[in-house]
Design a protein around this ligand. Structure first.
Ligand SMILES: CCCCCCCCCCCCC/C=C/C(=O)SCCNC(=O)CCNC(=O)[C@H](O)C(C)(C)COP(=O)(O)OP(=O)(O)OC[C@H]1O[C@@H](n2cnc3c(N)ncnc32)[C@H](O)[C@@H]1OP(=O)(O)O
Ligand code: FAD
Length: 551
């Protein structure tokens, strides 16, 4: 994550030589860049590994991005497929693995260029929701790219409201099959990545029906293209949804199913099963079929949100060290724009946020891994908290990083608006992370729902999950800060944010209760509080971020 590693841009000197202004900034740094880099990477050995991985990828001509801004969508896609195939060979040659420490660096180096991103989410769905037999059958095929997977949940008519999904899967007890259908145009799967041209299989989320009764959303593995000639299977209509703001290298597609039959064994059945006689068995939480999303919401923070902010900060701060514009002091040469207070006010908070998010990311992943181990032992107690944390932080981090990248772009003036600066594509890519894997407002409301429940529990002395024990803490007293400099003290600003979080949650809970007690229907009262609820959810996550950063 070394934000200040060498750069080559030169204003006013021989192209390619080290820019004197940049060299000067580095020489006057008040800290050791090498030591900070090692600390951020988790040790000197990890820095060595990261640099080795990045060098191996960046020096490989197949991964060159030289012409990417001059390619058509089709050329971007075909280049992405070539890179994805080459990456598998390179990983094999280099002895790299998707489970190794190097994968995070590989992902960050190539995620914006290679196809089959959703293939990994297809695999993750099977690993998390599939039985041991299903994992044993499908994961080896997927790992060897003997099939290409996708994740087909969103429909033309519904992305957020999963209970409203209209694709159906009816169990046929006589043939021991599920019959999948797209009953109407609004039920057409729309957006799934890799669906447009690449995927041979997909996990389809459909309403399960047995003997006329609906059991809700369940995941089904469906083959959509032939493994012989890649033609569409019978009953399958699929294609590309067309041009997008970014992700031109990914073939987001559409899918319609017309009486497509799959064997009973194709419903992912680790936690929910349909027995041969049609008996439905659920082992665990009603929402366990949403677990892939919970997992990806955590993964995408480190994979898709923080790196673009890091890159944008590096580009904009480096540019601000070498761009000279206007005179700060009459009679002197034009000033580095980094010397303007306004430029520092724009960029330095984004840099600070990149560091703060970097540290919270490890904490979230550790929380998730611990919760996942419990769920594998069929203990679902941590699921609600995991859902609330993953939703809240996915929303907060993607939203902040998107705004941060946009600020960095604008801080570079006209050159920031050039595709060749790298900033516009960082922005048009990261903004999607506020929408996919759960649109941010909706996720913040999920977090708020959990916070209100915990606040009410804490108010009656009941125990609450670890991440919200601050709600049960003694009511915050008068802020101990005596003057504005006190707010630079971690203990004081942490307490101030805790105070803000508790105040917002308690006042929103009170407003909700007053409305209901005044006779307003519960759903109306909730809707009338949603703006405040979103604020409360955001501030609660900012408090946790600051608390963790101050440790
Ligand atoms: C290493 C490589 C891996 C990948 C690395 C990076 C990733 C790369 C990403 C780049 C590509 C992008 C790909 C994008 C893919 C997608 O976008 S997939 C589709 C994503 N879609 C969504 O996220 C849908 C959002 N909507 C929902 O999740 C739900 O509809 C809802 C909003 C949560 C509402 O659900 P609903 O069933 O209506 O529940 P409610 O009535 O609101 O609540 C009932 C209770 O259920 C609890 N709950 C809800 N969701 C979960 C969950 N996920 N886990 C656990 N519990 C959940 C909720 O809290 C309620 O609980 P109670 O309050 O106790 O009743
Ligand atoms: C780049 C990209 C890749 C994607 N890849 C995939 C994929 O691989 N597989 C897949 O299945 N899907 C994928 N998606 C789809 C994505 O998951 C959905 O777009 C997302 O879940 C939002 O749903 P929607 O588009 O229907 O928007 P809507 O849900 O219609 O949201 C529109 C607006 O309504 C508001 N809204 C909705 N419900 C509520 C509520 N209850 N309270 C308050 N406000 C509300 C939202 O806040 C938002 O402002 C992808 C999307 C993008 C952009």
């Amino acid at each position: 994550m070394a934000l200040l590693e060498t750069g080559k841009y030169s204003q006013g000197s021989v192209p390619g030589s080290v820019n004197p202004d940049l060299a000067n900034e580095r020489q006057t740094a008040s800290f050791s860049v090498e030591k900070l880099t090692a600390w951020l990477d988790g040790g000197a050995e990890r820095t060595r590994l990261r640099r080795a991985v990045v060098d191996a990828i960046e020096s490989d001509p197949v991964f060159s991005r030289e012409n990417q801004y001059f390619q058509s969508q089709n050329e971007r896609y075909e280049a992405a497929v070539r890179k994805a195939v080459h990456l598998q060979k390179k990983m094999h040659e280099m002895g790299w693995s998707e489970d190794g420490p190097e994968f995070k660096y590989i992902y960050r180096a190539v995620a914006g260029d290679v196809a089959f991103l959703l293939h990994r989410i297809f695999m993750r769905s099977i690993s998390m929701l599939g039985s041991d037999e299903q994992v044993a059958k499908w994961i080896p095929l997927a790992s060897q790219y003997q099939l290409i997977g996708s994740y087909a949940q969103t429909e033309l008519g519904h992305g957020t409201y999963l209970q409203g999904l209209e694709t159906t899967a009816v169990f046929d007890v006589t043939t021991q099959e599920f019959i999948l259908n797209t009953p109407k145009i609004s039920a057409m799967k729309w957006w799934p990545g890799d669906m447009g041209r690449s995927a041979t299989h997909t996990v389809v989320f459909a309403q399960l029906y047995i003997h006329g009764k609906c059991y809700g959303i369940h995941p089904f593995i469906v083959q959509i293209r032939s493994l012989q000639d890649h033609s569409l299977c019978p009953g399958i209509i699929a294609g590309d949804i067309g041009p997008k703001m970014n992700f031109e290298h990914i073939d987001n597609g559409y899918l319609m199913l017309q009486s497509v039959r799959v064997p009973r064994e194709n419903m992912l059945n680790k936690f929910c099963e349909v027995q041969p006689d049609g008996t439905y068995v659920r082992r665990g939480s009603q929402k366990i079929n949403y677990f892939t999303m919970t997992s990806v919401r955590i993964s995408l923070i480190s994979g898709e949100a923080i790196p673009p902010l890091m890159k944008a900060c590096t580009i904009a701060i480096r540019y601000s060290a070498v761009r000279r514009q206007s005179k700060l002091k009459p009679g002197e040469q034009e000033a580095k724009i980094l010397d303007y207070q306004t430029q520092q006010e724009k960029l330095l908070p984004q840099l600070a946020a990149a560091y703060a998010f970097h540290f919270i990311d490890d904490y979230l992943q550790e929380l998730f891994d611990r919760g996942y181990r419990e769920i594998q032992r069929k203990n679902f107690d941590t699921l609600p908290e995991l859902h609330a944390l993953s939703s809240g932080f996915k929303a907060l981090v993607t939203q902040y990083c998107t705004s941060g990248v946009e600020i960095c772009l604008r801080a570079c003036g006209g050159h920031g608006y050039s595709l060749l600066s790298g900033l516009p594509s960082l922005y048009t890519k990261i903004i999607a992370s506020c929408i996919y894997e759960g649109e941010n407002t909706v996720l913040l409301l999920q977090t708020a729902r959990f916070l209100i429940k915990c606040f009410m529990a804490a108010s009656t002395g009941q125990s609450v999950p670890p991440s919200v024990t601050y709600l049960a803490a003694a009511k915050p007293g008068k802020c101990p800060a005596k003057n504005k400099l006190d707010f630079l003290r971690p203990d004081i600003y942490t307490e101030a944010y805790q105070h803000a979080a508790v105040r917002l949650i308690s006042s929103t809970a009170a407003k909700l209760q007053d409305l209901i007690q005044s006779g307003v229907k519960k759903h109306d009262a909730w809707n009338r509080c949603t703006v405040q609820l979103v604020q409360a959810a955001k501030v609660s996550k900012i408090y946790l971020l600051i608390w963790f950063f101050s440790l």
